[in-house]
Structure formats: C-alpha cells, structure tokens
Write a protein that binds this ligand. Structure first.
Ligand code: GLU
Ligand code: ZN
Length: 291
C-alpha cells in the first residue's frame, strides 16, 4: 500500500518549531516509503484564519525544503462536502441544535456537583446535554445554531478501534480500542457545526482525510483523544479509518509545549537569525535529513 500523509496547519498564526517537527514527520514518512505527502490548509475557522498566515506557511515549508504532492487543499473550498455530511447525519436523526453559551454550560455543570471539577473531554468540559431533547429532529437542518452530535444515539458498535503506528524506523503497530460506554462518558455530545461557520474541526478533518485518501495521519499526541471522535464519525459516514501516528510534542526548556503565540520560536524568527533547515531539524530533536 502506498503511504499517503499530510500536514494540515491552521493559518491562525506563524508556524513554530512544533509545526516544523510535525511537517517533517509526515513528509519523511511518506518519502521514506515512496509515498505521497499532501498539504492541507485548515482554514475552516474563518474567525481566526488569515490569508497572511496561509502565505507565510507555504513560504516556511518551502524554506524547510519540504515539497508536497498535488494541489493544496483548503477547507474553505470544501463547504459543500461539509454541508452534505451534516445533512446525512441530520437525516439519521443524530444532530440537534444547541444554543448554549460557555457560561450556560458552566452553570449547568456546576449545579449538581458543587466543588468538583467537571469532567473534561477532547473539546473541553463534557456537554451536559441541556439542548438534547429540546427540539424535534425533523424538517430542514437548523442553520441558526450550533449542531451537536447525539453521541448516545450515534454509537452503534460496542467498541471502536484504530491502528496506532510508530514511525517506519521504530514501532510495531498497535490496535487501540475503546468501548462505547467509555466514549460516551469521556467525549459527550461534541459540536459538529458551529454557528459562525459551517462545520467544525472534527467533521472537516475526517472528510478531508478521506477526500485526500490519507492512509497515515501523523499529528501531535495532544490530538489522541480527538481521534476517537474521528473514528466514530468515520464509521457513521462509511469512511475508511486511516492508520494514526501520534507524535510527541516539542517543548521549551521548561517543559512547556510550544504555542502559536510563542513568536520567539516561530520559523520566521529562526530564519531571520540565520538558522538553516537542518538547524530546525536538530532543534526539534530530529536527525539531519537523509532524504
Ligand atoms: N489543523 C490542526 C492544527 O493546526 C491539525 C489537525 C490534524 O492534524 O488533524 O493543529
Ligand atoms: Zn445547548
């Protein structure tokens, strides 16, 4: 099987060392196996994405010496696909509109369990289900509210699995399994379409990975829990589940993971200081490129 990987940055800030690491992992895995490395700009969140960062990302990747195959995919060109998938899930009665604010959710959660921290899922606190049964799930798909997945109704299997692989150099693939009961309590009803834009990270990422025929998704281990959402959605929408490789996160000297706002470690800063792409590989803890 040809290995197809992707790098999927969001144009919401400058690329930093952590992004470079992630891009190198995906690129090197594809190239080492004679496969394909694709680029996707995850600009679905139009409230935070900026064309300036999109341009800068392409420029930084070219500077790193990374070449990608085929055209760049942009999520803002894919709204029809997201709408079609939302329609499918709505027709199946699996979505419901939710108008809760963060504050509404916090209030609903604080009432029964005074003092205790509310359980956290991949998207933050687990939604208490306030809007789940408030409106009929018939007629045209609601567009004026966020849409949540009724996870209890969506979990059709007793357990869900995906394959976690190491890099080609190290690692036997492992089957990861989680039961529907555990997913229900650890994930909850996640948002699949936001009020301010059509779709969500979770919905678009699985549709895009399928459309780009990605066989190996490489990304940070911070997204490990989100992968369960993706597996559930792939099953619901009859899409293949790729193999996943969740890589370590690049941290600063104090052990803190790098963030977008960490301008000091942006690639642009390293470039302006005269560092080379091999310096970046080294700083990210990778061996010099042999490809
Ligand atoms: N767009 C996401 C990010 O910038 C990555 C998504 C993914 O790899 O699944 O963090
Ligand atoms: Zn709600």
């Amino acid at each position: 099987m040809t290995c197809v990987t992707r790098f999927a940055p969001s144009p919401t800030g400058p690329l930093h060392l952590g992004h470079a690491f992630s891009a190198f992992i995906a690129h090197d895995m594809a190239r080492a196996s004679g496969g394909r490395f694709l680029l996707r700009i995850e600009d679905i969140d139009t409230t935070r994405s900026r064309p300036q960062w999109d341009t800068q990302i392409l420029d930084d990747l070219a500077w790193l010496g990374l070449t990608w195959d085929g055209p760049v995919m942009r999520q803002t060109d894919r709204l029809d696909a997201y709408r079609a998938a939302l329609d499918t899930l709505w027709q199946q009665g699996l979505l419901y509109p939710c108008t809760c604010t963060r504050r509404d959710i916090a209030t609903a959660l604080s009432a029964p369990q005074e003092g205790a921290d509310p359980p956290m899922g991949p998207d933050g606190v687990i939604y208490p289900g306030t809007c789940r049964d408030l409106s009929p799930r018939t007629g045209p798909i609601p567009t004026e509210a966020a849409l949540r997945l009724d996870l209890g109704a969506a979990l059709h299997h007793p357990r869900y699995t995906f394959t976690e692989t190491g890099t080609p150099a190290n690692g036997t693939p492992r089957t990861m399994t989680r039961s529907a009961d555990v997913l229900l309590s650890q994930v909850g009803d996640i948002v699949l379409s936001r009020k301010d834009f059509l779709g969500s990270y979770h919905l678009s990422v699985i549709l895009d990975d399928a459309a780009q025929q990605i066989t190996h998704v490489t990304r940070g281990e911070d997204l490990f829990d989100a992968t369960w959402i993706h597996v559930v959605l792939q099953v619901l929408l009859s899409l293949p589940t790729p193999t996943y490789h969740h890589h370590r996160l690049v941290r600063d000297e104090t052990g803190k993971r790098l963030a977008k706002r960490d301008d000091a470690r942006s690639l642009a800063t390293y470039r302006s200081e005269g560092r080379t792409p091999d310096d970046i590989r080294h700083l990210a803890g990778l061996a010099p490129s042999s490809l």
